[in-house]
Design a protein around this ligand. Structure first.
Ligand code: DC
Length: 232
């Protein structure tokens, strides 16, 4: 049998573009690990909010102290990839609106980014990983063998997010969803440290009119082409 070398797949893009859905299904299909880096910033946000630590880049000392007390890990629970904060399963809570509203401010703080990027780079040491986020192809793994940059029409993204929230039985309005998405896009792409941008060697995937299966097929084709080039 041919021996395919393991690679790193970086999936970046705007909020609610379907990055995690694609990254997860690609990882499952090719037998790779999956890391949701947004969940890491969300977990830090949850910790700071719960512990009354000010989310303010000008008051960095309490934040740095808090970072020492934060342990984030991922575990599969009943077939679902779950995020753990200091041993507690916080997968549901980190998706709550009160976390979503502050996470972009948290992700703009350099000290926090540095700590998260270090952990992410450690997770990719053995390759064989699909990681999604905003800066994976530009900062975390600039040498990733395959980089996908996802985008979609803002209305399509808002509708998907809205349906996702309703499906969880939560109350929201379309206006609230649109405001949150556009505010996060603005902060994520204008922050000084590692703003969201497309890596020069990334392949753009606009999934406004694509099914999940079509997106997976697209990514699989890129993946197969890349790994075939690297047969050892
Ligand atoms: O992917 P998400 O919506 O769960 O991400 C939550 C926030 O974290 C979002 O505002 C962008 C930020 N983020 C980041 O700055 N860098 C990453 N690698 C991943 C997420």
């Amino acid at each position: 049998m041919e021996d395919f070398k393991k690679i790193i797949v970086a999936v970046d893009g705007f909020s609610s573009c379907g990055k995690s859905t694609l990254a997860k299904s690609l990882a499952k299909r090719v037998g790779y690990g999956y890391v949701d880096t947004g969940a890491m910033y969300r977990s830090v946000t949850l910790y700071l909010l719960r512990n009354g630590v000010a989310i303010d880049g000008n008051q960095i000392e309490p934040i740095v102290k808090a970072l020492d007390k934060i342990q984030i890990s991922f575990k599969n629970v009943n077939g679902k990839n779950c995020t753990f904060l200091n041993g507690e399963n916080v997968e549901e809570e980190i998706r709550e609106m009160y976390v979503s509203e502050r996470v972009s401010d948290v992700a703009a703080i350099s000290e926090i980014r540095r700590a998260m990027v270090q952990q992410q780079q450690r997770m990719g040491l053995d390759k064989g990983i699909v990681m999604d986020g905003r800066d994976i192809g530009t900062v975390v793994f600039p040498n990733a063998e395959l980089k996908i940059f996802m985008t979609a029409d803002p209305d399509v993204r808002a509708e998907r997010r809205y349906q996702e929230i309703l499906a969880k039985g939560k109350l929201t309005t379309m206006e609230e969803v649109i405001n949150n998405l556009s505010e996060r896009d603005r902060i994520d792409s204008t922050r000084k440290d590692s703003p969201l941008r497309q890596a020069e060697d990334a392949v753009v995937l606009d999934n406004s009119e694509m099914t999940e299966q079509e997106q997976l097929d697209f990514a699989l084709e890129l993946f197969n082409r890349k790994t075939a080039q690297l047969v050892s």
